[in-house]
Design a protein around this ligand. Sequence first.
Ligand code: G3P
Ligand code: CA
Length: 244
Amino acid sequence: MTSPTQVWAHRGASGYAPENTLPAFELALDQGAEGVEFDVQLSRDGALVVIHDETLDRTTDGTGRVVGHALAELRALDASGGDADYAGVRIPTLDEVLALLAPQRLRINIELKNSVEPYPGLEEKVLASVAEHGLADRVVLSSFADASVRRLRELAPEIELAMLYTRPEARPWRRATLLGAQGFHPPARLVPARLWVRLAHAAGMAVRPWIVNNPAQLATMFRWQVDAVFTDTPDVALALRSAS
Ligand code: G3P
Ligand code: CA
């Protein structure tokens, strides 16, 4: 008997609360998500901050590059993305997010956002924070930068890793294996068939597609028995899974 597809909240329950903020992660917990995904970058002074874009303009009232600002400057910004219900919410640090999630049981996918800004030392800092919170057996670390996945594997043989990609690949499990990853996270549109998922599983890989919000696509992913879906609306996905 295979386990049911898990529901992992993408940037928190970002369909309802500002992405990558503490309220979005709290809501994901309240809704019963079985995992949570978020993105980590570095401030100018080397602090780990949770934010998706390399620039501040879309999700905060600041402008310019994340790495162009010191932590204190980033913390002064409003990260509500213009949602009045969440006015004044801050960009969280990785430490804050892990402190919130550590007492819970859900899985934690930390995406290292280092394919545009190289962020030297990001891998070491993330691993240190994961160790400090005692989360080595609950995290999956992922990156679009293959070199970063390789580096993580060298630094931490015990940590679960996943490869991210956006271009069609016939057998992504081969490249993921070469990188030392245990899984890969494709855009849902690049998951072609149940057999393909089975082949990935036979190669020892977990398959976790993103971003699956549409009920018909969720139903397909559940039927094809992917390991988890990343979704902005965990409540919708969980209700659909219960009904299926
Ligand atoms: O990690 C899966 C997904 O979050 C990757 O895309 O752009 O939402 O970070 P993005
Ligand atoms: Ca992400």
